[in-house]
Design a protein around this ligand. Structure first.
Ligand code: GDP
Ligand code: MG
Ligand code: ZN
Ligand code: ZN
Length: 411
């Protein structure tokens, strides 16, 4: 962190193709089809038809009766439906017919993927991070978080926000992807940025959060592996969640009664999951042996609230982030070093070493989605009090040139 890596180059221009955040097909930006606006109220237009591609993707015909998809080469933001002559701005993936928002088509190449072993805290993290982005952090950053499709909105409410944030119940363990929906939650996070020069207009830039709530172990099973490998290969940035309770030497540092650890399954060990993801990324980027990947990787210890208060005192992790709409680089370095020394103390130094060998650009984080130890299947008495959950994302925004860095102490 001392010698900051230069910001990442701008994402590949859309001429190189757009990766669908639902099925990960790479499609030419010139050949993205459109969906007719259809009928509404007194507006006449094409009648809904069963969208076979979409139904096959979701595995259900429910919600797949939609105005037809048509092609109009040229890659423009709008096109005229050849059947009803209405102008539409809705574009869809040619393979799976899921919506591809304009902001995404215009700056593809920023898919953020989330990975972690079973029990690492992924579902809880997704629930809380999205809520934070829609509220406090969104306001701070002047950023909007928009779900890219209606199923994402419904599933977020039903499976994440309602149980955890309203009813204060812990989320059920994620079923294996072999039986649960294979669909990710897809969001576009768009930030308004100041104009580059005095004469230009403010601009906005987006990243696409593609959140699969599946266990990293699922990469073992053949059926799911294909989709997940494509997911990982499509990732332009990765957030790895690591449960500190899975690091054997960390256990003495933990306060109070311990929840059950995931067990002795070597496949769910953080380093093995990170190694599998790394393999996928190396394949995609055709990395030579010894060459480090440029994909930014954020590795976060979850459930940091379980650490004994004594461990946190005097530490950077103890401070809350100032919340000023910039990335505080001094704070970032302090937290990075703190987590690194925790990893070494907990005999997980090989994790740090491995990351350093494989990635030119990685950063370490500590966070807590719940902010307290849950009791009897429910959120602790103080409610959900997230702590530094947004940090990995702020760092990624910074790496993508979407958030300025600052040293408030003027060092
Ligand atoms: N103390 C604490 N426990 C957490 C936190 N987040 C998750 N947990 C615990 O970890 C368990 C697994 O979390 P979950 O999000 O379901 O993990 P997933 O399998 O990766 O989706 C939950 O049931 C909680 O008991 C946190 O921020 N603090
Ligand atoms: Mg889960
Ligand atoms: Zn698709
Ligand atoms: Zn039409």
């Amino acid at each position: 962190m001392r010698n900051p890596v230069p910001p990442l180059p701008r994402p590949p221009s859309s001429r190189q193709g757009v990766t669908c955040p639902y099925c990960f097909a790479v499609v030419s930006a010139q050949r993205i089809p459109y969906r007719c606006r259809g009928q509404a109220g007194r507006r006449s237009g094409c009648a809904p038809v069963l969208d076979k591609e979409l139904a096959e993707y979701t595995g259900s015909t429910a919600g797949a009766s939609l105005p037809p998809v048509f092609e109009a080469p040229g890659g423009r933001a709008r096109a005229e439906c050849p059947a009803c002559r209405q102008i539409t701005g809705s574009r869809v993936c040619p393979e799976c017919h899921n919506p591809l928002p304009s902001a995404y088509c215009d700056s593809p190449g920023r898919i953020v993927a989330l990975v972690g072993a079973k029990n690492a805290g992924k579902s809880t993290y997704i629930a809380v991070l999205l809520h934070e982005l829609m509220n406090r952090v969104g306001t701070e950053l002047d950023a909007s978080l928009v779900a890219c499709d209606d199923r994402t909105i419904e599933r977020y409410k039903r499976d994440f926000a309602r149980p955890l944030l309203e009813e204060k119940r812990l989320l059920p363990t994620t079923a294996s992807a072999a039986t649960s929906p294979r669909e990710p939650l897809v969001y576009l996070l768009t930030r308004t940025l100041p104009p580059r020069t005095r004469f230009s207009r403010p601009r906005s830039e987006s990243i696409c959060l593609v959140l699969f709530d599946t266990a990293g172990e699922d990469l073992r099973s053949r059926e799911v592996r294909d989709l997940h490998l494509r997911y990982l290969e499509a990732a332009d940035a990765v957030i790895f969640l690591v449960d500190p309770l899975e690091l054997p030497a960390a256990r003495p540092a933990v306060a109070g009664a311990l929840p059950e650890a995931a067990g002795e399954d070597p496949d769910s060990e953080p380093i093995n999951i990170i190694a599998r993801v790394t393999e996928a990324l190396r394949t995609r980027h055709d990395a030579k042996p010894g060459e480090r990947l440029r994909t930014p990787v954020a590795v976060a210890l979850t459930k940091i609230d379980v650490l004994r208060p004594g461990m946190l005192r005097q530490s950077a992790l103890h401070r809350s982030r100032a919340g000023s709409g910039v990335l505080d680089l001094d704070d970032r370095e302090a937290v990075n070093e703190q987590v690194r020394s925790l990893l070494h103390e907990w005999q997980a130094g090989q994790l740090d070493t491995f990351l350093g060998q494989q990635y030119a650009d990685y950063a370490l984080f500590g966070l807590s989605a719940l902010g307290g130890i849950p009791e009897g299947g429910r959120v602790g008495a103080g409610g959900v009090r997230p702590y530094r959950t947004e940090d990995p994302l702020l760092w990624l925004l910074h790496r993508f040139g979407m958030l300025a860095g600052a040293r408030p102490q003027g060092s």
